[in-house]
Write a protein that binds this ligand. Structure first.
Ligand SMILES: [Zn+2]
Length: 117
């Protein structure tokens, strides 16, 4: 299991993740929020029924306020809309970096086509 050795905020919407096996990618914080592993966001299995989460786009929900270490388990994300129940195990962070991580820094705003000559 690779270990995360450096995590820094490349931009407000972008994290730079560096793993000890050499993987180094940009991870959009929106990916982190969309993949929040907490029961509220991912739904819950209650007896034989799967309760789907209610998805509401709240102001600030894609603004990351803090990432706090949780022992040796992973990181807890605190979002500007007050959501702080998502704890990301290292395995999940690694998986997100492998599947959603970007080699190049994406343009600001994602869809912006503004270019300076
Ligand atoms: Zn959540």
């Amino acid at each position: 299991m690779a270990r995360l050795i450096a995590l820094r905020r490349a931009r407000p919407d972008l994290l730079r993740c560096h793993w000890d096996d050499g993987l180094e990618v940009y991870l959009p914080v929106a990916v982190l929020r969309d993949r929040c592993p907490c029961a509220l966001c991912q739904g819950e299995q209650v007896f034989d029924r799967y309760i789907l989460p209610v998805r509401v786009v709240a102001p600030g929900m894609y603004e990351l306020v803090a990432l706090e270490p949780v022992g040796n388990y992973g990181l807890r994300a605190v979002w500007k809309d007050g959501h702080d129940t998502g704890i990301y195990p290292w395995e999940l962070l690694r998986q997100l970096c492998e599947t959603e991580g970007l080699q190049e820094e994406p343009p600001m705003g994602g869809t912006s086509a503004v270019e300076t000559p």
